[in-house]
Every structure is written in C-alpha cells, then in structure tokens.
Design a protein around this ligand. Structure first.
Ligand SMILES: Nc1ncnc2c1ncn2[C@@H]1O[C@H](COP(=O)(O)OP(=O)(O)OP(=O)(O)O)[C@@H](O)[C@H]1O
Length: 327
C-alpha cells in the first residue's frame, strides 16, 4: 500500500480533566490514502468534529498520534504545524460565517499564501487558478462574500483550501447548510478535485447518504469510539454492528411512512442522545441501548474484528447477523 496521506493512531482527546469525565475521543485510529475519501459518520456529540479539530491542531490530543505524509504532527511545534498547514487544510460547515465579509474573494484566497510567504505575484496567479478549479467566474475575485450564494461561498471556502496545494483536506459537514441541488453540485466538485489532485479527504457528516456518495471507506463513531469501519458500500448497505444497523435504519428519508418507521427505530435505540448520556460504560459504549447486549458487553470493550471489507467492535456479531437475516 502507498504511504497514507494521513494516519491517526489510538487518538484520545479529553475536554477538561474532571474526575470520571469520559474522553470525548477514546482510542480512534484510521488511515487515508492519497485520492481517497474517508467518511466519518455518527450522530451529534459522537466526536466527529473533535477528531477534525485534533488533526488540525485546534484541540490537543491527550495521547495517540497523528501523522501527515509520514511526519508526526501530534505534538509538532508551532513552526512545524505551519509547515503542515501547507499540506493540511479545512472546509467547515457554515459558508456564511467562515468567510471574512470585509475581504474580497481574491483577498480571502491570497491570505493563506501571504501567511506562508509565497511571492506576491504567485499569490494572485494561484488565487485565480483556485477560483477556476472550483468553477467560479474570474470576475468573482473582486466581489465580497455578501454578493455570493451559500453554494458559491462554499466553493470559495474550497478554493481557499486548494490554493495551498494541500495533500489532505478535513471537510467538516461541508454541505449540511446547503440546499439539496447545491449539495449535489458541491459533492461532485469535491469528488472531481479529489480524483484530479489525488487529495485525501476526511469527510465528516451525519447524513449517511451524503457520506456514501463521496466516500470509499467509512468509520462509524459512537461516543468517541469506532463501532464499525470498512468499505462504504459494505458499511452502509450491509452494516454489521447493531449501532450501525440502527443508524442506517434511522437515516432520514423523504417518504412519510418510512419516516415514521425510522423515527420508531431511532426512539427504540435512543439514537439522538449520544452526547447527553451519562459516563461511558467500561465495555461497549452502545451496550445500554443495544437490544442484543449481554453482561460481557457492559464490562469488556470489544475489539474491532472482521473481514477485509469491514470490521465491527461488537461481542454479538453472530447474533446481530441472525437478527438481520430474520427481518
Ligand atoms: N469545547 C468543548 N468543551 C467541552 N466538551 C466539548 C467541547 N466540544 C465538544 N465537546 C464534547 O465532546 C463530545 C464530542 O463533541 P463533537 O462536537 O466532537 O461531536 P460531533 O459528533 O462533531 O457533534 P455534531 O455533529 O453535533 O457537531 C460531546 O460530548 C461534546 O459535548
């Protein structure tokens, strides 16, 4: 296998050190190859953004390692972080608050290059190239964000990430604030840019349909732990972990009858309360809500086990498979 563009190993992140507070992230690991999208999925509070922030150096890791193109950036000094900033960029959810309203699009795009001390002439050439790469007209360079739609602003945010010629982009819910047709355009753009530039994308989202569209592989997170991981097709179409089964059953769908069924599935499994639950149990964090849980699930953390296509952290995989087959 080629060297991963990004490797995360045994990542643990604590917010605060109060006794008994469970870590927000508890031993998460994954690799992303050049040209690959890894979808990070889980309900609100499962820890998706915290992983993104730890990778970007916006939140300290308590332990574990983060490696970018073979360079350990977990505890890299500020200077090294600056160098890594060339290769590691981010696009966030809200295109309305992520752009400075007092800067033109051109000024927005050259800003990161100015910080990286790229020669001035080259800054503007690269800004124009990035604008073209995201499908915005050349004259957008002199406009202010207020004159752009949400989709256009998100294209600017993507151009701002691209202008540094990164290897890895962390996309934290980049299309959640957009309407459906704009979502599709932005997702297609991201897929094209990934393929053309061999970008490694970490795609954080709660919507499984969106994740499946862009990702080759998926990691399913629950209360800061990986429940299941593997090929996007395998994880989303044929989930093995009871939590993933519940999550896929609970994915929003337009038809009212299906919505009612899925609402019932969400309620039955307590989906939607990941961040509000009491301290994580010693065993599987999903045990208290899992219909298949036995005593062992509450006391012993299950390791990730599986085939080449997908792995799940569950002591009851055989029973989960039997349950699925009986439905
Ligand atoms: N700044 C903070 N201080 C303390 N706890 C935090 C902080 N940010 C997040 N958390 C907690 O960490 C856990 C993971 O939160 P995080 O925002 O990473 O989840 P998420 O999956 O990205 O959720 P969402 O989809 O709602 O953004 C939650 O329990 C949350 O309450």
């Amino acid at each position: 296998m080629t060297q991963p563009a990004l490797s995360v190993r045994d990542l643990v992140v604590h917010y605060g050190r109060r006794r008994g507070t469970p870590p927000a992230i508890n031993g998460v690991g994954f690799d992303i190859a050049p040209g690959e999208t890894l979808g990070l999925v889980g309900e609100s509070g499962s820890g998706k953004s915290t992983i993104g922030k730890a990778i970007l150096g916006l939140q300290a890791a308590s332990s574990g390692s983060i490696t970018l193109n073979g360079t350990d950036i977990t505890t890299a000094s500020l200077r090294r972080r600056r160098v890594s900033a060339v290769h590691l960029r981010a696009v966030f959810q809200d295109p309305y608050s992520s752009l400075n309203p007092t800067l033109t699009i051109g000024q927005t795009l050259v800003e990161p290059l100015r910080v990286l001390r790229v020669p001035k002439q080259e800054q503007w050439l690269r800004a124009r190239d990035a604008l073209e790469a995201v499908g915005l007209p050349a004259d957008a360079i002199d406009r202010y964000p207020a004159r752009l739609s949400g989709g256009q602003r998100q294209r600017v945010a993507i151009a701002r990430a691209l202008v540094c010629d990164p290897k890895v982009i962390v996309l934290d819910e980049p299309v959640s604030a957009l309407d459906l047709s704009t979502q599709a355009q932005v997702l297609n753009l991201l897929a094209d840019l990934r393929d053309q530039r061999q970008l490694a994308l970490l795609f954080i989202a709660h919507d499984l349909g969106v994740v499946r569209f862009l990702s080759q592989r998926v990691v399913v997170l629950y209360r800061g732990q990986v429940m299941e991981e593997g090929d996007a097709e395998a994880v989303t179409q044929d989930p093995r972990h009871p939590y993933t089964v519940a999550l896929t059953a609970a994915a929003p769908v337009p038809h009212p009858a299906q919505q009612a069924r899925r609402r019932a599935a969400r309620e039955a499994l307590g989906i939607g309360a990941a961040g509000t639950a009491a301290a994580a149990p010693a065993g599987c964090p999903f045990a208290n809500r899992c219909p298949l849980a036995v005593d062992r699930c509450r006391t012993e953390r299950p390791p990730l086990t599986g085939t080449g296509h997908a792995s799940a952290a569950c002591h009851r995989l055989d029973e989960a498979a039997a349950l699925r087959a009986s439905r």
